[in-house]
Design a protein around this ligand. Sequence first.
Ligand SMILES: Cc1cc2nc3c(=O)[nH]c(=O)nc-3n(C[C@H](O)[C@H](O)[C@H](O)COP(=O)(O)OP(=O)(O)OC[C@H]3O[C@@H](n4cnc5c(N)ncnc54)[C@H](O)[C@@H]3O)c2cc1C
Length: 459
Amino acid sequence: MSGVRPTHDIVVLGGGSGGYSCALRAAELGLSVVLVEQDKLGGTCLHRGCIPTKALLHAGEVADTTRDAARFGIKAEFGGVDLAAVLAYQDSVVTKMYKGLTGLVSSRGITVVNGAGRLTSPTTVQVGTDIYEGRHVVLATGSAPSTLPGLEIDGRRVLTSDHALRLEQVPESAVVLGGGVIGVEFASAWRSLGADVTIVEALPRLLPAEEESSSQRLERAFRRRGIGFRTGVRFEAVGHSDTGVRVTLADGSALDAEVLLVAVGRAPVSAGLGYAEAGVAMDRGHVVVDPLCRTNVPTISAVGDLIPTPQLAHVGFAEGILVAERVAGLPVSPIDYTGVPRVTYSEPEVASVGLTTEQAQARGYEIEKVQYDLAGNGKATILRAAGAVTVLRAKDGPVLGVHLVGSRMGELAAEAQLIYNWEAFPEDVAPLLHPHPTQSEALGEAHLALAGKPLHVHG
Ligand SMILES: Cc1cc2nc3c(=O)[nH]c(=O)nc-3n(C[C@H](O)[C@H](O)[C@H](O)COP(=O)(O)OP(=O)(O)OC[C@H]3O[C@@H](n4cnc5c(N)ncnc54)[C@H](O)[C@@H]3O)c2cc1C
Protein backbone atom coordinates (compact mmCIF):
# COMPACT_ATOMS: atom_id res chain seq x y z
CA MET A 1 0.00 0.00 0.00
CA SER A 2 1.34 3.43 -0.82
CA GLY A 3 0.42 7.04 -0.17
CA VAL A 4 0.64 9.46 2.76
CA ARG A 5 0.10 7.74 6.13
CA PRO A 6 -1.70 9.36 9.05
CA THR A 7 0.38 12.02 10.76
CA HIS A 8 2.59 10.85 13.64
CA ASP A 9 4.17 12.98 16.32
CA ILE A 10 7.71 11.94 15.42
CA VAL A 11 9.32 10.17 12.49
CA VAL A 12 12.84 9.02 13.34
CA LEU A 13 15.19 8.20 10.47
CA GLY A 14 17.82 5.72 11.67
CA GLY A 15 17.53 3.12 14.44
CA GLY A 16 20.97 3.33 16.10
CA SER A 17 21.72 4.59 19.62
CA GLY A 18 20.57 8.14 18.82
CA GLY A 19 17.44 7.20 16.88
CA TYR A 20 16.10 4.37 19.00
CA SER A 21 16.66 6.21 22.30
CA CYS A 22 14.67 9.13 20.91
CA ALA A 23 11.90 6.75 19.81
CA LEU A 24 11.79 4.97 23.19
CA ARG A 25 11.62 8.18 25.23
CA ALA A 26 9.07 9.78 22.89
CA ALA A 27 6.82 6.72 23.13
CA GLU A 28 7.21 6.71 26.91
CA LEU A 29 5.96 10.31 26.88
CA GLY A 30 2.87 9.26 24.94
CA LEU A 31 3.93 10.43 21.49
CA SER A 32 3.21 8.32 18.40
CA VAL A 33 6.48 7.32 16.79
CA VAL A 34 7.63 5.83 13.49
CA LEU A 35 11.20 4.52 13.48
CA VAL A 36 12.73 3.89 10.05
CA GLU A 37 15.74 1.55 9.90
CA GLN A 38 17.24 0.03 6.78
CA ASP A 39 19.29 -2.61 8.57
CA LYS A 40 18.99 -3.84 12.16
CA LEU A 41 17.80 -1.83 15.16
CA GLY A 42 20.77 -1.01 17.36
CA GLY A 43 22.96 0.39 14.57
CA THR A 44 26.73 0.65 14.76
CA CYS A 45 27.00 0.32 18.53
CA LEU A 46 25.20 -2.99 18.80
CA HIS A 47 26.22 -4.65 15.53
CA ARG A 48 29.59 -3.19 14.47
CA GLY A 49 30.88 -1.10 17.38
CA CYS A 50 30.74 -0.97 21.16
CA ILE A 51 29.30 -4.40 21.91
CA PRO A 52 31.17 -6.72 19.49
CA THR A 53 34.51 -4.94 20.05
CA LYS A 54 34.17 -5.23 23.80
CA ALA A 55 33.36 -8.95 23.44
CA LEU A 56 36.50 -9.33 21.29
CA LEU A 57 38.55 -7.45 23.90
CA HIS A 58 37.14 -9.65 26.65
CA ALA A 59 38.11 -12.79 24.72
CA GLY A 60 41.60 -11.26 24.47
CA GLU A 61 41.62 -10.67 28.23
CA VAL A 62 40.77 -14.34 28.80
CA ALA A 63 43.66 -15.32 26.49
CA ASP A 64 46.07 -13.07 28.39
CA THR A 65 44.85 -14.35 31.76
CA THR A 66 45.37 -17.94 30.60
CA ARG A 67 48.90 -17.17 29.37
CA ASP A 68 49.67 -15.42 32.66
CA ALA A 69 47.96 -17.96 34.92
CA ALA A 70 51.26 -19.13 36.44
CA ARG A 71 51.82 -15.62 37.86
CA PHE A 72 48.84 -16.30 40.09
CA GLY A 73 49.89 -19.85 40.92
CA ILE A 74 47.41 -21.47 38.59
CA LYS A 75 48.43 -24.22 36.18
CA ALA A 76 46.81 -23.60 32.80
CA GLU A 77 48.02 -24.10 29.29
CA PHE A 78 47.22 -21.66 26.53
CA GLY A 79 46.24 -23.81 23.56
CA GLY A 80 45.58 -21.05 21.02
CA VAL A 81 42.66 -19.01 19.72
CA ASP A 82 39.63 -20.46 17.94
CA LEU A 83 38.43 -17.31 16.23
CA ALA A 84 35.27 -18.98 14.93
CA ALA A 85 34.33 -19.72 18.53
CA VAL A 86 35.26 -16.17 19.57
CA LEU A 87 32.94 -14.86 16.83
CA ALA A 88 30.18 -17.21 17.98
CA TYR A 89 30.55 -15.84 21.52
CA GLN A 90 30.56 -12.27 20.15
CA ASP A 91 27.47 -12.99 18.04
CA SER A 92 25.65 -14.57 20.98
CA VAL A 93 26.14 -11.39 22.99
CA VAL A 94 24.92 -9.21 20.10
CA THR A 95 21.94 -11.47 19.41
CA LYS A 96 20.83 -11.44 23.03
CA MET A 97 21.03 -7.63 23.20
CA TYR A 98 19.31 -7.31 19.81
CA LYS A 99 16.39 -9.47 20.92
CA GLY A 100 16.06 -7.39 24.07
CA LEU A 101 16.07 -4.16 22.09
CA THR A 102 13.52 -5.26 19.48
CA GLY A 103 11.25 -6.54 22.28
CA LEU A 104 11.56 -3.23 24.12
CA VAL A 105 10.81 -1.15 21.02
CA SER A 106 7.74 -3.19 20.15
CA SER A 107 6.50 -3.15 23.75
CA ARG A 108 6.42 0.65 23.63
CA GLY A 109 4.12 0.63 20.61
CA ILE A 110 6.65 2.16 18.22
CA THR A 111 5.97 1.53 14.53
CA VAL A 112 9.20 0.14 13.06
CA VAL A 113 9.56 0.48 9.31
CA ASN A 114 12.26 -1.66 7.76
CA GLY A 115 13.70 0.07 4.71
CA ALA A 116 15.91 2.85 3.41
CA GLY A 117 14.35 6.23 4.13
CA ARG A 118 14.82 9.60 2.48
CA LEU A 119 13.80 13.02 3.75
CA THR A 120 11.35 14.41 1.19
CA SER A 121 10.14 17.55 2.97
CA PRO A 122 10.47 19.21 6.42
CA THR A 123 7.85 16.76 7.74
CA THR A 124 8.06 13.63 5.60
CA VAL A 125 10.27 10.59 5.14
CA GLN A 126 9.79 8.32 2.15
CA VAL A 127 10.50 4.59 2.28
CA GLY A 128 9.94 2.95 -1.10
CA THR A 129 6.60 4.30 -2.20
CA ASP A 130 5.33 4.92 1.33
CA ILE A 131 5.47 8.35 2.90
CA TYR A 132 5.54 8.82 6.66
CA GLU A 133 4.53 12.21 7.90
CA GLY A 134 5.44 13.55 11.32
CA ARG A 135 4.83 16.70 13.29
CA HIS A 136 8.58 16.42 13.82
CA VAL A 137 11.36 14.54 12.02
CA VAL A 138 14.54 13.34 13.76
CA LEU A 139 17.55 12.59 11.60
CA ALA A 140 19.74 9.86 13.12
CA THR A 141 21.49 8.15 10.21
CA GLY A 142 24.81 7.87 12.05
CA SER A 143 28.24 7.41 10.60
CA ALA A 144 30.42 5.01 8.60
CA PRO A 145 34.18 4.37 8.54
CA SER A 146 36.15 6.93 6.56
CA THR A 147 39.42 6.54 4.72
CA LEU A 148 42.20 8.75 3.37
CA PRO A 149 42.38 10.07 -0.20
CA GLY A 150 43.85 7.36 -2.44
CA LEU A 151 43.58 4.66 0.23
CA GLU A 152 41.26 2.03 -1.14
CA ILE A 153 39.50 -0.35 1.22
CA ASP A 154 39.21 -3.85 -0.29
CA GLY A 155 37.83 -5.65 2.76
CA ARG A 156 40.46 -8.40 2.40
CA ARG A 157 43.85 -6.84 3.08
CA VAL A 158 42.85 -3.25 3.70
CA LEU A 159 40.09 -3.22 6.26
CA THR A 160 37.75 -1.01 8.21
CA SER A 161 36.56 -1.91 11.70
CA ASP A 162 33.47 -3.49 10.09
CA HIS A 163 35.68 -6.01 8.23
CA ALA A 164 38.04 -6.46 11.16
CA LEU A 165 35.16 -7.73 13.29
CA ARG A 166 34.33 -10.42 10.73
CA LEU A 167 37.82 -11.85 10.07
CA GLU A 168 37.88 -15.63 10.08
CA GLN A 169 41.39 -15.83 11.47
CA VAL A 170 43.47 -13.64 13.69
CA PRO A 171 46.00 -11.96 11.36
CA GLU A 172 49.59 -12.92 12.06
CA SER A 173 50.55 -9.29 11.68
CA ALA A 174 48.69 -6.03 11.28
CA VAL A 175 49.35 -2.36 10.77
CA VAL A 176 46.70 -0.19 12.38
CA LEU A 177 46.40 3.23 10.81
CA GLY A 178 45.17 5.63 13.47
CA GLY A 179 46.04 5.75 17.17
CA GLY A 180 42.62 6.97 18.32
CA VAL A 181 40.10 4.94 20.30
CA ILE A 182 39.14 2.41 17.62
CA GLY A 183 42.73 1.81 16.45
CA VAL A 184 44.04 1.38 19.99
CA GLU A 185 41.23 -1.02 20.93
CA PHE A 186 41.80 -3.26 17.90
CA ALA A 187 45.58 -3.20 18.41
CA SER A 188 45.04 -4.29 22.00
CA ALA A 189 42.57 -7.08 21.15
CA TRP A 190 44.59 -8.45 18.25
CA ARG A 191 47.79 -8.46 20.33
CA SER A 192 46.01 -10.41 23.07
CA LEU A 193 44.83 -12.88 20.43
CA GLY A 194 48.40 -13.37 19.15
CA ALA A 195 48.97 -10.87 16.32
CA ASP A 196 52.05 -8.73 15.79
CA VAL A 197 50.66 -5.19 15.69
CA THR A 198 52.08 -1.78 14.82
CA ILE A 199 50.01 1.40 15.12
CA VAL A 200 50.78 4.38 12.88
CA GLU A 201 49.60 7.76 14.20
CA ALA A 202 50.34 11.11 12.54
CA LEU A 203 50.04 13.06 15.80
CA PRO A 204 52.82 12.83 18.39
CA ARG A 205 51.11 10.34 20.70
CA LEU A 206 48.52 7.57 20.98
CA LEU A 207 45.06 8.78 22.08
CA PRO A 208 46.05 12.38 21.34
CA ALA A 209 42.81 13.76 22.75
CA GLU A 210 43.56 12.37 26.22
CA GLU A 211 45.68 13.78 29.06
CA GLU A 212 49.33 13.56 27.99
CA SER A 213 50.34 11.42 30.97
CA SER A 214 47.55 8.93 30.11
CA SER A 215 48.99 8.55 26.59
CA GLN A 216 52.46 8.05 28.05
CA ARG A 217 51.25 5.34 30.43
CA LEU A 218 49.35 3.61 27.63
CA GLU A 219 52.42 3.73 25.39
CA ARG A 220 54.59 2.29 28.17
CA ALA A 221 52.09 -0.54 28.71
CA PHE A 222 51.82 -1.22 24.97
CA ARG A 223 55.63 -1.36 24.71
CA ARG A 224 55.66 -3.95 27.49
CA ARG A 225 52.95 -5.93 25.68
CA GLY A 226 54.96 -5.89 22.46
CA ILE A 227 52.55 -3.59 20.59
CA GLY A 228 54.59 -1.41 18.23
CA PHE A 229 53.65 2.15 17.40
CA ARG A 230 55.00 4.85 15.16
CA THR A 231 53.79 8.27 16.23
CA GLY A 232 54.37 11.66 14.61
CA VAL A 233 54.65 10.14 11.17
CA ARG A 234 52.20 10.24 8.28
CA PHE A 235 50.94 7.35 6.22
CA GLU A 236 51.96 7.69 2.57
CA ALA A 237 50.79 4.65 0.62
CA VAL A 238 49.88 1.00 0.77
CA GLY A 239 51.03 -1.61 -1.74
CA HIS A 240 49.71 -5.14 -2.07
CA SER A 241 51.59 -8.43 -2.21
CA ASP A 242 50.42 -12.06 -2.31
CA THR A 243 50.91 -12.35 1.41
CA GLY A 244 49.75 -8.97 2.57
CA VAL A 245 50.45 -5.27 2.44
CA ARG A 246 53.44 -2.96 2.51
CA VAL A 247 52.66 0.33 4.20
CA THR A 248 55.02 3.19 3.42
CA LEU A 249 55.33 6.18 5.70
CA ALA A 250 56.28 9.78 4.98
CA ASP A 251 59.71 9.34 6.60
CA GLY A 252 60.57 6.74 3.92
CA SER A 253 60.22 3.69 6.19
CA ALA A 254 57.94 0.75 5.39
CA LEU A 255 55.97 -1.78 7.40
CA ASP A 256 54.98 -5.22 6.08
CA ALA A 257 51.92 -6.96 7.47
CA GLU A 258 49.14 -9.37 6.61
CA VAL A 259 46.47 -6.68 6.90
CA LEU A 260 46.08 -2.94 7.25
CA LEU A 261 43.28 -1.70 9.46
CA VAL A 262 42.20 1.82 8.55
CA ALA A 263 40.95 3.51 11.73
CA VAL A 264 41.21 7.17 10.78
CA GLY A 265 37.75 8.23 11.89
CA ARG A 266 34.12 8.01 10.89
CA ALA A 267 32.15 10.22 8.53
CA PRO A 268 28.45 11.14 8.84
CA VAL A 269 25.95 9.20 6.69
CA SER A 270 23.99 11.95 4.93
CA ALA A 271 24.79 11.82 1.21
CA GLY A 272 21.76 11.41 -1.03
CA LEU A 273 19.26 11.40 1.84
CA GLY A 274 17.55 14.66 0.85
CA TYR A 275 18.70 16.70 3.85
CA ALA A 276 20.08 19.73 2.00
CA GLU A 277 17.16 19.62 -0.48
CA ALA A 278 14.72 19.91 2.44
CA GLY A 279 16.60 23.04 3.53
CA VAL A 280 18.69 21.54 6.34
CA ALA A 281 22.00 23.37 6.86
CA MET A 282 24.95 21.00 6.43
CA ASP A 283 28.67 21.24 7.12
CA ARG A 284 30.98 18.68 5.49
CA GLY A 285 28.32 15.99 5.67
CA HIS A 286 27.28 16.77 9.25
CA VAL A 287 23.87 18.20 10.02
CA VAL A 288 24.33 21.55 11.74
CA VAL A 289 22.44 21.85 15.05
CA ASP A 290 22.14 24.24 17.97
CA PRO A 291 22.83 23.13 21.58
CA LEU A 292 19.34 21.58 21.77
CA CYS A 293 19.88 19.46 18.62
CA ARG A 294 17.59 21.71 16.52
CA THR A 295 18.44 22.19 12.88
CA ASN A 296 17.65 25.43 11.06
CA VAL A 297 14.37 23.81 9.91
CA PRO A 298 11.91 24.13 12.84
CA THR A 299 10.37 20.67 12.33
CA ILE A 300 13.69 18.81 12.06
CA SER A 301 16.19 17.76 14.74
CA ALA A 302 19.30 15.62 14.43
CA VAL A 303 21.21 13.44 16.90
CA GLY A 304 24.14 11.05 17.24
CA ASP A 305 27.14 10.64 14.97
CA LEU A 306 25.35 12.60 12.25
CA ILE A 307 25.98 15.83 14.16
CA PRO A 308 29.44 17.12 15.11
CA THR A 309 29.35 16.06 18.78
CA PRO A 310 31.47 13.28 20.38
CA GLN A 311 30.92 10.02 18.50
CA LEU A 312 29.83 7.94 21.46
CA ALA A 313 26.78 5.75 21.98
CA HIS A 314 25.91 7.38 25.30
CA VAL A 315 26.07 10.81 23.65
CA GLY A 316 23.57 9.52 21.07
CA PHE A 317 21.32 8.25 23.88
CA ALA A 318 21.42 11.62 25.66
CA GLU A 319 20.73 13.58 22.47
CA GLY A 320 17.85 11.26 21.51
CA ILE A 321 16.26 11.68 24.94
CA LEU A 322 16.76 15.46 24.83
CA VAL A 323 14.96 15.74 21.48
CA ALA A 324 12.09 13.48 22.55
CA GLU A 325 11.53 15.53 25.69
CA ARG A 326 11.76 18.85 23.84
CA VAL A 327 9.25 17.72 21.20
CA ALA A 328 6.96 16.51 24.00
CA GLY A 329 7.09 20.00 25.50
CA LEU A 330 9.25 19.21 28.54
CA PRO A 331 11.94 21.67 29.63
CA VAL A 332 15.42 20.58 28.43
CA SER A 333 18.94 21.91 28.78
CA PRO A 334 21.98 21.56 26.56
CA ILE A 335 24.33 18.62 27.12
CA ASP A 336 27.70 19.58 28.61
CA TYR A 337 29.92 17.59 26.25
CA THR A 338 33.00 18.15 28.41
CA GLY A 339 31.18 16.25 31.14
CA VAL A 340 30.67 13.16 28.99
CA PRO A 341 32.76 10.21 30.22
CA ARG A 342 35.13 8.76 27.60
CA VAL A 343 36.60 5.27 27.77
CA THR A 344 39.09 3.43 25.57
CA TYR A 345 38.67 -0.26 26.42
CA SER A 346 42.20 -1.39 25.61
CA GLU A 347 44.47 -3.18 28.08
CA PRO A 348 45.13 -1.00 30.00
CA GLU A 349 41.93 1.03 29.77
CA VAL A 350 42.14 4.80 29.48
CA ALA A 351 39.19 6.84 30.72
CA SER A 352 38.48 10.48 31.42
CA VAL A 353 35.93 13.18 32.05
CA GLY A 354 36.27 16.94 32.05
CA LEU A 355 39.30 18.94 30.96
CA THR A 356 42.87 17.85 30.29
CA THR A 357 45.65 19.89 31.91
CA GLU A 358 46.33 21.57 28.58
CA GLN A 359 42.66 22.52 28.10
CA ALA A 360 42.31 23.81 31.66
CA GLN A 361 45.38 25.98 31.28
CA ALA A 362 44.18 27.26 27.89
CA ARG A 363 40.95 28.33 29.62
CA GLY A 364 43.00 30.35 32.09
CA TYR A 365 42.59 28.15 35.17
CA GLU A 366 45.26 28.05 37.81
CA ILE A 367 45.22 24.33 38.54
CA GLU A 368 46.28 21.90 41.23
CA LYS A 369 46.90 18.33 40.20
CA VAL A 370 47.44 15.01 41.94
CA GLN A 371 48.48 11.76 40.32
CA TYR A 372 47.83 8.68 42.43
CA ASP A 373 49.78 5.65 41.22
CA LEU A 374 47.94 2.33 41.36
CA ALA A 375 51.11 0.80 42.85
CA GLY A 376 49.66 1.94 46.20
CA ASN A 377 46.26 0.32 45.60
CA GLY A 378 45.51 -3.13 47.03
CA LYS A 379 43.13 -4.35 44.33
CA ALA A 380 45.42 -3.23 41.50
CA THR A 381 48.27 -5.08 43.20
CA ILE A 382 46.07 -8.20 43.43
CA LEU A 383 45.30 -7.86 39.72
CA ARG A 384 49.01 -7.16 39.06
CA ALA A 385 47.86 -4.11 37.15
CA ALA A 386 49.65 -0.80 36.66
CA GLY A 387 48.13 2.62 36.14
CA ALA A 388 47.16 5.87 37.79
CA VAL A 389 44.37 8.25 38.68
CA THR A 390 45.05 11.88 37.84
CA VAL A 391 42.70 14.55 39.19
CA LEU A 392 42.93 18.25 38.49
CA ARG A 393 41.06 21.02 40.24
CA ALA A 394 40.86 24.76 39.89
CA LYS A 395 43.01 26.25 42.65
CA ASP A 396 40.68 26.33 45.69
CA GLY A 397 37.86 25.34 43.32
CA PRO A 398 36.03 22.34 41.87
CA VAL A 399 37.39 19.26 40.13
CA LEU A 400 38.08 20.11 36.47
CA GLY A 401 39.16 16.75 35.12
CA VAL A 402 39.68 13.10 36.05
CA HIS A 403 42.01 10.86 34.05
CA LEU A 404 42.24 7.13 34.65
CA VAL A 405 44.62 4.48 33.30
CA GLY A 406 44.67 0.81 34.26
CA SER A 407 42.93 -2.54 33.91
CA ARG A 408 39.13 -2.16 34.19
CA MET A 409 39.53 1.50 35.15
CA GLY A 410 36.77 2.45 32.72
CA GLU A 411 34.29 1.35 35.37
CA LEU A 412 35.42 4.32 37.50
CA ALA A 413 34.43 6.81 34.80
CA ALA A 414 30.87 6.71 36.17
CA GLU A 415 31.91 8.05 39.58
CA ALA A 416 34.35 10.50 37.99
CA GLN A 417 31.56 11.99 35.89
CA LEU A 418 29.34 12.51 38.94
CA ILE A 419 32.18 14.36 40.64
CA TYR A 420 32.87 16.53 37.60
CA ASN A 421 29.26 17.22 36.66
CA TRP A 422 28.23 18.11 40.21
CA GLU A 423 31.17 20.52 40.28
CA ALA A 424 32.36 18.86 43.47
CA PHE A 425 35.35 20.19 45.38
CA PRO A 426 37.93 17.56 46.40
CA GLU A 427 36.93 18.47 49.98
CA ASP A 428 33.36 17.25 49.16
CA VAL A 429 34.63 13.92 47.83
CA ALA A 430 37.33 13.29 50.47
CA PRO A 431 34.91 12.18 53.25
CA LEU A 432 33.08 9.72 50.96
CA LEU A 433 34.14 6.13 51.56
CA HIS A 434 35.33 3.82 48.82
CA PRO A 435 34.95 0.09 49.40
CA HIS A 436 38.18 -1.69 50.28
CA PRO A 437 39.83 -3.31 48.41
CA THR A 438 38.69 -1.84 45.10
CA GLN A 439 40.45 0.26 42.51
CA SER A 440 37.87 2.97 43.25
CA GLU A 441 39.89 3.69 46.40
CA ALA A 442 42.53 5.24 44.12
CA LEU A 443 39.94 7.84 43.10
CA GLY A 444 39.22 8.49 46.77
CA GLU A 445 42.94 8.73 47.57
CA ALA A 446 43.52 11.27 44.78
CA HIS A 447 40.72 13.45 46.18
CA LEU A 448 42.04 13.06 49.74
CA ALA A 449 45.44 14.22 48.52
CA LEU A 450 43.97 17.18 46.62
CA ALA A 451 42.00 18.14 49.73
CA GLY A 452 45.31 18.31 51.59
CA LYS A 453 44.97 15.09 53.61
CA PRO A 454 46.68 12.30 51.70
CA LEU A 455 46.35 8.83 53.21
CA HIS A 456 48.36 6.12 51.43
CA VAL A 457 50.84 8.48 49.80
CA HIS A 458 54.61 8.45 50.35
CA GLY A 459 56.64 11.58 50.96
C1 LIG B 1 34.50 -0.19 16.27
C2 LIG B 1 33.68 0.79 17.05
C3 LIG B 1 33.68 0.73 18.44
C4 LIG B 1 32.94 1.63 19.17
N1 LIG B 1 32.96 1.53 20.54
C5 LIG B 1 32.25 2.40 21.28
C6 LIG B 1 32.22 2.29 22.70
O1 LIG B 1 32.84 1.40 23.28
N2 LIG B 1 31.48 3.18 23.39
C7 LIG B 1 30.77 4.18 22.78
O2 LIG B 1 30.12 4.96 23.47
N3 LIG B 1 30.77 4.30 21.43
C8 LIG B 1 31.49 3.44 20.67
N4 LIG B 1 31.46 3.54 19.30
C9 LIG B 1 30.67 4.63 18.68
C10 LIG B 1 29.17 4.31 18.65
O3 LIG B 1 28.99 3.05 18.04
C11 LIG B 1 28.46 5.41 17.88
O4 LIG B 1 28.74 6.65 18.47
C12 LIG B 1 26.94 5.20 17.88
O5 LIG B 1 26.62 3.95 17.33
C13 LIG B 1 26.27 6.32 17.07
O6 LIG B 1 24.90 6.12 17.08
P1 LIG B 1 23.98 6.77 15.94
O7 LIG B 1 22.58 6.38 16.28
O8 LIG B 1 24.29 8.18 15.76
O9 LIG B 1 24.43 6.06 14.59
P2 LIG B 1 24.46 4.55 14.14
O10 LIG B 1 24.63 3.64 15.30
O11 LIG B 1 25.45 4.47 13.04
O12 LIG B 1 23.00 4.29 13.61
C14 LIG B 1 22.51 4.86 12.44
C15 LIG B 1 21.45 3.93 11.89
O13 LIG B 1 20.82 4.56 10.80
C16 LIG B 1 20.56 3.60 9.81
N5 LIG B 1 20.41 4.32 8.54
C17 LIG B 1 21.35 5.04 7.89
N6 LIG B 1 20.82 5.56 6.76
C18 LIG B 1 19.54 5.14 6.70
C19 LIG B 1 18.47 5.35 5.79
N7 LIG B 1 18.62 6.09 4.69
N8 LIG B 1 17.28 4.77 6.05
C20 LIG B 1 17.11 4.00 7.16
N9 LIG B 1 18.07 3.78 8.05
C21 LIG B 1 19.26 4.35 7.83
C22 LIG B 1 21.77 2.69 9.86
O14 LIG B 1 21.48 1.42 9.30
C23 LIG B 1 22.03 2.63 11.34
O15 LIG B 1 21.38 1.53 11.96
C24 LIG B 1 32.16 2.63 18.52
C25 LIG B 1 32.13 2.67 17.13
C26 LIG B 1 32.88 1.77 16.40
C27 LIG B 1 32.82 1.82 14.91
